[in-house]
Write a protein that binds this ligand. Structure first.
Ligand code: NAG
Ligand code: NAG
Ligand code: NAG
Ligand code: NAG
Ligand code: NAG
Length: 478
């Protein structure tokens, strides 16, 4: 081979190497509160999360839905739940519903770009038929569970197992705490990964959702927290942190860390009635108050230019799919609700988003927030904001357990307006003094509402009974 051919060969390979796609690790913490991370609350012991967050970019205005399945719908599809029929509550295990099969999921997009795609953790996007489940929706492998909530050690719900290795029931993890089982699987995947392909790992941990269960050694990290529930919850957060640490260590050991982008987010605000904390924000999980809809979130790693900072741009859960597709070097779809935030985040520029919908849900008996819209600095809440209200500091006394009486409002009343830039804790309802702004936001809301798909929320189907499926929650009944 002559020099000329060598040069041509070199030029041919140069673009390939210089556009090497980053590995992407998308970590979701279930029911983690705004104030349940060490980088906000020095009483929380989360050194691994804090290091990534403070050396990366902490998001001050990254919004999520008030509940599990709706947020995960947004993460995977880039579509608002009210465009998918997923806006009402969270899926219950015996409902024959899943995110519509014609929605393209994030791993499907990344597979087209050559990624190996793995999921470890909680699905909660429906499983009544195989087509609804992770390995049929873009993931090469899946290790985890389908339902909303289960025991951290037995991996069962209602007495029936829900734990799988790909499609096969995984019966031999009984007694192993899920944070450890999931971190170990993620570590194994990283070690087995063929580095000629970029890696995508979606890692939605069970931690720190109820039930409050934690190995004693994590609980013992908080001897000063007198309230038992809060002490155990805090321990669960530290187990999650250790799991994050083990995954980052594996990436380093494998030489993949430098070219990895990590996105971390909660799926909703913390449930204040079960020991989570969103101080100083108002309300919590189930509500469209800021405490229910601002996710504890940050990004770290490959491609970020301006780090060690906070980013106050407006981001919604629907934006993560196109943002990660952009980070992978491709052009995201324009037909989805999400907008790529990649240039804005990586360069510290203003957000391309100027408005979003918190939720639109008029399904009868809604226990969570009905409807709210954000335009610029203003937020209009129409009707019931959700069951759990108020401003709560972390519990730290035996008598601190709170029970917040859910209060139901009828119809679209009351109407509340907040300037959430000046008043992020939602203390001052300015609707009475700003009728024009109320009218402006209401008109915007009505436009969105016209595009709403009715909530898909049927009664449970007895055909789901796991005793029909060898005692395991299984697809095959719709
Ligand atoms: C999925 O199909 C439904 C029903 O046919 C349609 O209304 C919707 O627009 C489709 N969505 C996507 C993302 O293709
Ligand atoms: C469970 O069984 C699977 C399949 O035999 C095996 O790969 C895995 O390592 C086992 N896990 C544990 C914790 O025993
Ligand atoms: C993290 O790794 C250490 C060392 O292997 C292990 O002892 C610990 O249980 C792991 N923690 C989690 C949460 O997986
Ligand atoms: C990794 O993938 C490449 C490209 O597909 C293949 O040639 C190679 O054999 C694989 N390596 C291993 C260890 O499987
Ligand atoms: C909880 O209260 C105890 C007793 O007043 C105090 O010593 C401790 O610092 C508090 N811990 C936290 C995390 O607030």
């Amino acid at each position: 081979m002559g020099v000329q051919q060598l040069v041509i060969l070199f030029l041919f390979f140069l673009p390939l190497t210089s556009t090497k796609r980053p590995n992407i690790v998308f970590i979701v913490a279930d029911d983690l509160g705004w104030n349940d991370v060490g980088f906000r609350n020095p009483d929380m012991i989360t050194p691994n999360i804090d290091k990534l967050a403070t050396e990366g970019i902490i998001f001050d205005n990254a919004y999520v839905q008030p509940l599990c399945s709706p947020s995960r719908t947004a993460f995977m599809s880039g579509m608002y739940p009210f465009h998918a029929g997923m806006q009402h509550m969270a899926l219950v295990r015996d409902q024959s519903v899943c995110v519509p099969l014609n929605f393209t999921f994030l791993p499907q997009e990344l597979k087209k770009l050559g990624y190996a795609t793995h999921m470890v953790g909680k699905w909660h996007l429906g499983f009544c038929k195989w087509e609804c489940t992770p390995t049929y929706r873009g993931f090469d492998t899946f290790f985890g569970y389908y339902v909303a909530v289960e025991d951290y050690f037995t991996h069962s719900d209602g007495g029936y197992l829900d734990f799988r290795d790909n499609t096969i029931p995984a019966r031999n993890y009984s007694g192993e705490y899920s944070a450890n089982a999931f971190a170990q699987r993620a570590v194994d995947i990283i070690h087995r990964h063929n580095v000629s392909q970029p890696l995508f790992m979606y890692l939605p941990y069970q931690s720190v959702h109820a039930p409050i269960e934690v190995p004693k050694r994590y609980e013992d990290m908080y001897p000063n927290v007198i309230n038992k529930g809060r002490r155990q919850y805090s321990g669960m957060v530290s187990a999650l942190d250790e799991a994050v640490g083990n995954v980052t260590k594996a990436l380093k050991d494998r030489g993949l860390f430098e070219n990895t982008l990590i996105l971390f987010t909660a799926d909703n605000g913390g449930p204040i009635q079960s020991y989570a904390n969103n101080w100083p924000l108002r309300g919590g999980k189930y509500t469209i108050w800021e405490g229910g809809t601002k996710g504890a979130s940050f990004m770290y790693g490959a491609g970020l230019q301006k780090t060690g900072t906070t980013h106050d741009g407006m981001i919604h859960a629907v934006d993560w799919k196109p943002t990660l597709v952009s980070a992978a070097g491709a052009t995201p779809e324009t037909t989805i609700d999400g907008i790529s935030q990649w240039d804005s985040i990586r360069n510290g520029l203003p957000s391309p988003r100027t408005e979003f919908i918190y939720n639109i849900d008029y399904f009868e008996g809604a226990f969570e927030g009905h409807a709210a819209v954000r335009v610029g600095d203003y937020k209009l809440i129409l009707g019931y904001p959700g069951a759990f209200d108020g401003w709560h500091k972390p519990m730290n006394r035996t008598e601190d357990d709170i029970y917040v009486q859910p209060v139901f409002y009828a119809g679209d009343e009351p109407v509340q307006l907040f300037n959430v830039r000046e008043d992020p804790t939602e203390h001052n309802n300015i609707a009475p003094t700003m009728p024009d702004m109320v009218a402006k936001l209401r008109a915007r809301f009505e436009e969105y509402k016209k595009t709403m798909v009715p909530a898909s929320y049927p009664d449970g189907d007895p055909a789901s009974d796991p005793s029909n499926f060898g005692g395991v929650w299984s697809p095959g009944w719709c």
